[in-house]
Design a protein around this ligand. Structure first.
Ligand code: ASP
Length: 378
């Protein structure tokens, strides 16, 4: 009898131990659980110590926008606070310990280098000090590709940094913001997202900052990565990563904005039929250190404009040839003799991203061939 009771208690202890180990294993396996059904809320409670710490840096945009009615097209960006946005996705607390910080509250048409520098420095601080395992940035979609690409160049971490926005304001019928925010938190909280650089999560897709572009003024499916494709998917917090982006970014990037207060002026000049040269000359006169031409086709422009580019280069201004076309490489010496004129080809970068790379590159004295190399590597 005594022998039996010892066996029974040993048996009970073993069952308890086993259950405990299983429960802990489930906690530890939390990240994988985000990729298989059923979702992770089965195993974790808000505030659980195994949950990753995610900081949401809010900047404004339509995701924080509001209108007088749920069906009205007109609205104002950057009205809702980060606390209200977090409150709209209560289930996100099961994915991570979440904190919000309001960096700005503007429509991203008013995004500035000032705010972008503030964001970059805050991300570097939070990730370096281990206050955050991942970062989410809420942002308007209009200039999201510029901020995303800028951060991809200057944040010094392998931890996930995820931008998210929406196309419909928070007050709209079928507002897309809450689910986008939930998915963005799920990606930022996923250890498998590490090392992918700065990402954008919207409408179930994960894009790399390097390849994404905004393609529709109104559609919910507004972001595409036409040249390289998306890098993963996220649906209701279930993430899949397809590949690591191919370019240099994050901890491997040579750029730093530590102590930087402002960026050099770089203008974009848009090419068209019968393009005059005087906007290029005016840009030089107004003190631009760099000019990006949104060229036709493979970065082409009129003869008059090319002559103006050559004049600019001779005055020490760096001129990059990009394209107004939605996709495709802009190669060196294809129809324009870059070697003779001294221009730089932007390769995969559209005009707005070329401007970001050139602004950051011009923080340091660099030879034209060094700048050309940056356009091939980043
Ligand atoms: N104008 C808005 C913005 O960029 C558009 C949006 O967020 O979708 O802030």
């Amino acid at each position: 009898m005594k022998k039996f009771s010892i066996s029974l208690s040993t048996f009970c202890t073993s069952v308890l131990l086993f259950t405990n180990i299983m429960a802990q294993t489930q906690y530890r396996e939390l990240p994988d659980a985000t990729r298989v059904a059923p979702p992770i809320e089965k195993t974790v409670a808000p505030g659980d110590k195994y949950l990753p710490n995610i900081v949401i840096l809010a900047t404004g945009g339509t995701i924080a926008g509001s209108a007088a009615s749920s069906t009205q097209a007109g609205y104002t960006s950057g009205q809702v606070t980060i606390d209200a946005m977090i409150a709209a996705v209560p289930d996100a607390k099961k994915l991570a310990n979440i904190k919000g910080e309001q960096i700005s509250n503007v429509g991203s048409q008013d995004m500035s280098f000032d705010i972008m520098l503030k964001l970059a420095n805050r991300i570097n601080e939070l990730t370096k000090s281990n206050a955050a395992d991942g970062i989410v940035i809420t942002h308007g979609t209009d200039t999201m590709e510029e901020t995303a690409y800028f951060l991809n160049l200057v944040v010094k971490t392998d931890k996930p940094v995820v931008l998210v926005g929406s196309m419909r304001p928070s007050t709209a019928l079928s507002a897309d913001g809450p689910l986008n925010l939930y998915d963005a938190i799920a990606v930022a909280a996923d250890p498998e997202a590490k090392g992918h650089g700065v990402m954008l999560v919207m409408n179930d897709q994960i894009h790399s900052a390097q390849s994404l572009v905004k393609v529709s003024t109104t559609a919910v499916q507004t972001f595409m990565s036409p040249l390289r494709g998306i890098i993963g998917s996220s649906a209701y917090g279930h993430n899949e990563f397809y590949r690591i982006p191919h370019k240099i970014y994050g901890a491997n990037s040579e750029f730093s904005v530590e102590g930087v207060k402002t960026l050099p002026r770089v203008d974009i000049v848009y090419a068209c039929v019968d393009m005059p040269a005087d906007l290029i000359d005016a840009s030089v006169q107004r003190g631009a250190k760099g000019i990006v031409i949104a060229g036709v086709g493979n970065g082409n422009m009129t003869k008059a404009a090319l002559d103006a580019c050559q004049r600019a280069v001779q005055k020490g201004v760096v001129v990059v040839r990009s394209s107004r076309v939605a996709t495709g490489d802009i190669g060196r010496n294809v129809e324009v003799d870059d070697n003779k004129i001294g221009t730089i080809a932007s390769y995969e970068l559209n005009p707005q991203k070329s401007r970001i790379l050139l602004s950051v590159a011009l923080l340091k004295q660099r030879k034209p061939e060094e700048i050309q190399k940056l356009f091939m590597e980043y």
